[in-house]
Write a protein that binds this ligand. Structure first.
Ligand code: PMP
Length: 401
């Protein structure tokens, strides 16, 4: 008997899950005639292919089968030690290897956190805008989103405080405090301290997502929120995606060992362990110090691209358009005049030959329609300039119509 409707087979939850329209946009933006400032991919030229080739040969010769065997769910101890060392030395974070679990990218970390902590209907604080795929991960657990807006200094802590005083009761606050995706902004130090104070007073956890922390192009280094935390209320998600290569699918979760024990049990049911071979590659990459050379190269490669984006916005955009001026990361966030809906404008932009992601995709509940995200890492410098020129033309046409 032929299957009449595949829908009938799905769980209620699966029926609700549909592909993001951003996926279609990214597909459309692949056309040769379109300059895509829409994606969020690292540039392939930042991938250390030769190094990976050499390390792969070395570990196969020296360690052989160990690198091809199943590993522990927590991950390869040597790698966890290297991460702990780096966070102690570079980011002033007192962390033990036992408080780190390797994950299949921080995306898996987000799912594990959702699975561990969220009950359907639980209050969950997110930034507005926030990381789109974090929403996709948390969506599996049907939380009640509470949005807290951002400004150039990151999440508006006064507004969070107000909402807490008014009785919201989140288990955790999810934040991307450093070079945020999508807005590029960074939570200032004082606000990191205030967030920790609030977490103690109102008894919630902070989930700190930090994929861009090492990609600083200018300004003073800021330590992650977890380094301001003396009560172990912060769970930090890290990743090798932007400092080695996303194809390895390697990230980590660090935080209170007691939480990690639960997360470990959940991860075991997902994939038993993360890719062991790539964990050994990442270990060599860190242990030999190649990571520092490589990060310097990545920064040298991205910094001028960011500069070109910001200069082109300055040169081409009409006066009543604003944008964030991040000190690192991969994105800038543009705010158009209030009467322009960035989603409605997208077709005109595609016709003109430029793509972006309209802001509405990054809001959990209440989209700000006149916003959009621009990426500068994936395209060449001349294209960034040309892309912004085209975008400015589309905005000007809108304003004139
Ligand atoms: N969090 C944020 C804020 C991101 O921007 C990304 C990657 N774009 C991720 C998590 C997921 O990264 P990974 O490749 O480690 O799964």
């Amino acid at each position: 008997m032929a299957i009449k409707s595949v829908e009938n087979f799905y769980s209620e939850k699966a029926k609700d899950m549909v592909a993001s329209e951003v996926k279609d946009l990214l597909e459309a933006a692949k056309s040769e005639d379109i300059i895509s400032l829409a994606g969020g991919l690292p540039h392939p030229r930042t991938f250390p292919s030769d190094l990976v080739k050499n390390i792969s040969c070395k570990i196969l010769e020296e360690k052989g089968a160990e690198t091809l065997q199943y590993g522990t769910t927590m991950g390869f101890k040597g790698l966890r030690e290297e991460i702990a060392k780096r966070y102690r030395n570079k980011f002033n974070t007192d962390i033990e290897p036992d408080s780190i679990m390797i994950t299949a990218g921080s995306q898996q970390g987000l799912f594990l956190i959702g699975r561990a902590f969220l009950e359907s209907g639980d209050d969950l604080v997110v930034e507005a805008p926030t990381y789109l795929a974090a929403l996709t991960a948390f969506e599996n657990f049907s939380p009640n989103y509470i949005e807290v807006p951002l400004d150039e200094d990151g999440m508006k802590i006064d507004i969070l405080k107000q909402k807490l005083e008014n009785g919201i009761n989140p288990k955790f606050v999810y934040t991307v405090p450093t070079f945020q995706n999508p807005a590029g902004v960074t939570m200032e130090e004082e606000n990191r301290r205030r967030l920790m104070e609030l977490s103690r007073k109102y008894d919630f956890l902070v989930i700190e997502d930090g994929p861009y922390n090492e990609l600083r192009y200018k300004g003073e280094r800021i330590n992650p929120i977890i380094s301001y935390d003396n009560e172990k209320r912060t769970i930090f998600l890290g990743t090798f995606s932007k400092i080695l290569a996303p194809g390895f699918r390697l990230g980590w979760i660090m935080g209170d060992r007691r939480f990690l024990e639960k997360l470990e049990v959940i991860k075991q049911s997902l994939d038993i362990c993360s890719n062991v071979f790539s964990q050994h590659i990442a270990y060599e990459y860190m242990k030999t110090g190649k990571i520092d050379e490589q990060i310097k190269k990545i920064i040298r490669f991205y910094e001028p691209k960011q500069q070109v984006l910001l200069e082109s916005l300055e040169d081409y955009m009409p006066d009543n358009v604003d944008w964030t001026t991040p000190e690192g990361g991969m994105f800038s966030w543009v705010t158009l005049p209030e009467n322009i809906d960035a989603k409605a404008m997208l077709n005109e932009a595609l016709e003109e030959g430029v793509a972006y992601v309209s802001g509405h995709a990054f809001y959990a509940t209440s989209p700000v329609k006149n916003s959009l995200r621009l990426n500068f890492t994936f395209v060449e410098e001349e294209e960034i300039r040309e892309g912004v020129r085209k975008l400015a033309k589309v905005v000007e046409n809108r304003l004139a119509s």
